[in-house]
Design a protein around this ligand. Structure first.
Ligand code: NAG
Ligand code: NAG
Ligand code: NAG
Ligand code: NAG
Ligand code: NAG
Ligand code: NAG
Ligand code: NAG
Ligand code: NAG
Ligand code: NAG
Ligand code: NAG
Length: 465
């Protein structure tokens, strides 16, 4: 019994000591785990990873895509490749289709409208136009490119607002060539809430031009209420990108006659307002006949005879007044005023005739050419017939002098044109007299011309007043 009982007691003691051992073991393990945990944290802290990397590890997915976008934008920026503004591959047809100026781009050809390009636009897929280069002698050393606003080329300067970029095959000094370059911009403004350009960029054959003739500058000032401001490209390596750019490279080509009439109506109206010329008809003769003379090239060889013929014919018509003026000593506003008073404009072929659109509509033009022009001068000699038609005037024909300078080559040889081009113009008293009588008679029979559209009545121009 005692052995049994003692064995039982021993077993209990043993078991309880086992429990004790288990408890101890449990404590030791827990302690060890705790220690391990602590030491792990200590290890981790003592490893001391850069906080940037920790952030990177924590937000790995987004960070990766952000970096990817940044690097793609950078690649896009680096892939912007400028092309020469003037593309010699098209020098045999510089004005056709996409032309040799920005030859990789196509115009928006809306029926009846001037062909134009606008950036950014749907067709540029939101890209801006950027221009680079300062060359005034060779357009292939100036450059263009389209770039997304997020990835403009390195060093680019952003030009805010609207910029008009003009391409002109001729020049901006000649009244006619300058005007035809400006007309499509005016047409564009008419269609776009009369939006004004902040800056102008002018190119001729891709070469930069930093000015225009005084007459054209005055025309533009009268339309937009501010003198044209030409963008200065200062640095060969600093491209300029335009917040908004409109490019014209076909002059008025593509515009319907209605559109042209509308634009010339606007310019006439704006020019008269600018020059403070009242719309009242009181200061105006019933019929104003103006002999607008030139000096030098294509002037009349004997002015007094020509003046006398027209003076005589004008005198025969009741209410006709003749004004003889020289285009070279009239200010812009004097030209505008003179044209307002003119119903029959008599003048040799030349830039001064560009003023014809400033007459009241339905007025008449009589034009004179030296010998040789009819055969040799090409379609260029028709510009004032076009100008008259586009502005609602009547071109009453041209007189071609049958006599003139002697050319050593046969009459129709192109080399003679250099002799005839700036020759003087003779006269035929009989012909001039009959012609003037015919025009004046027609003019008198015609219904009184509509009063000046400007300021009275109702025209689309009011949109821009
Ligand atoms: C993006 O990650 C690349 C490596 O994949 C690295 O070379 C580059 O500097 C990172 N760019 C930025 C902006 O963090
Ligand atoms: C062309 O101009 C018209 C009228 O402004 C416009 O609706 C059209 O989207 C333009 N087309 C392109 C290709 O820019
Ligand atoms: C027209 O009149 C306004 C106001 O009287 C004057 O400021 C402006 O200089 C005039 N313009 C011309 C061209 O004479
Ligand atoms: C112009 O013609 C008239 C008449 O033939 C002549 O008397 C006059 O001398 C001529 N004038 C000039 C400058 O040739
Ligand atoms: C205008 O120019 C013509 C030709 O050069 C000259 O004969 C005339 O005297 C000038 N008139 C004035 C007012 O300067
Ligand atoms: C012709 O018109 C100009 C401009 O309006 C004016 O200055 C000049 O006095 C006029 N000449 C004659 C003879 O009417
Ligand atoms: C202008 O030319 C068109 C044809 O091109 C003709 O129909 C129209 O009558 C002309 N207008 C004038 C005023 O000469
Ligand atoms: C002058 O014009 C008249 C009428 O058109 C013509 O008969 C005559 O032959 C012309 N004279 C000359 C010299 O051309
Ligand atoms: C011009 O003349 C035509 C034909 O005589 C006439 O129908 C038209 O109304 C005139 N236009 C203006 C602006 O005088
Ligand atoms: C101007 O003309 C349009 C249509 O051509 C007409 O709807 C409008 O009422 C006119 N406005 C005035 C002030 O005459």
């Amino acid at each position: 019994m005692t052995t049994k009982a003692s064995a039982w007691r021993r077993l209990v003691t043993c078991l309880s000591s086992l429990k004790f051992y288990l408890n101890v073991l449990c404590l030791v393990v827990t302690g060890f785990v705790l220690l391990q945990l602590c030491s792990f944290q200590i290890t981790q802290r003592s490893l001391s990873l850069p906080p940037a990397l920790l952030t990177y590890l924590r937000h790995r997915p987004e960070q990766l895509s952000e970096n990817k976008t940044a690097s793609l934008v950078e690649k896009l920026r680096e892939s912007v490749t400028f092309l020469p503004l003037k593309d010699y591959r098209f020098s045999n047809k510089p004005l056709e289709g996409h032309t040799w100026f920005m030859s990789s781009l196509y115009d928006n050809q809306t029926k009846g409208e001037a062909q134009y390009q606008e950036f950014p636009s749907d067709s540029s897929k939101g890209r801006l136009l950027c221009l680079k280069g300062v060359d005034e002698h060779d357009g292939s050393w100036n450059y263009y490119v389209l770039a997304w606003p997020e990835a403009l080329p390195t060093n680019a300067i952003l030009q805010e607002g609207l910029t008009f970029v003009s391409y002109n095959q001729y020049d901006y000094g000649n009244l006619w060539h300058g005007l035809t370059a400006a007309v499509p911009f005016v047409a564009w403004s008419l269609r776009n809430q009369c939006e004004k350009p902040q800056k102008w960029v002018l190119y001729h054959w891709g070469e930069l031009r930093f000015g225009m003739g005084h007459w054209l500058s005055e025309i533009i000032t009268s339309i937009y209420g501010q003198a044209p401001d030409f963008l200065q490209f200062v640095d060969q390596d600093k491209p300029v990108c335009f917040e908004k750019a409109v490019v014209m490279r076909h002059n008025e080509g593509g515009m319907s006659r209605e559109r042209r009439i509308e634009v010339f109506d606007l310019i006439r109206c704006k020019a008269r307002n600018y020059c403070n010329i009242s719309s009242s008809e009181t200061s105006k003769p019933r019929i104003g006949m103006t002999l607008l003379l030139r000096t030098g090239a294509r002037s009349f060889r004997n002015e007094s005879v020509v003046i006398d013929v027209f003076k005589r014919e004008c005198k025969r018509v009741d209410g006709c007044e003749l004004n003889v003026s020289y285009s070279n000593n009239l200010t812009f506003c004097e030209q505008v005023e003179l044209m307002k008073k003119t119903d029959v404009l008599v003048s040799p072929h030349g830039a001064q005739l560009t003023n014809l659109f400033l007459m009241d509509k339905n007025s008449s033009v009589m034009e004179f050419f030296p010998k040789g022009w009819l055969k040799l001068a090409g379609v260029g000699q028709l510009v004032f017939q076009w100008g008259a038609n586009w502005s609602g005037m009547r071109h009453e024909g041209s007189w071609h002098d049958p006599v003139g300078e002697i050319c050593q080559f046969p009459y129709t040889d192109r080399r003679c044109m250099s002799i005839y081009k700036n020759a003087k113009i003779g006269y035929n008293e009989t012909y001039f007299g009959e012609w003037a009588r015919r025009v004046l008679r027609k003019f008198s029979i015609r219904e009184m011309k509509e009063l000046a559209e400007c300021n009275h009545g109702n025209s689309s121009l009011d949109v821009c007043s």
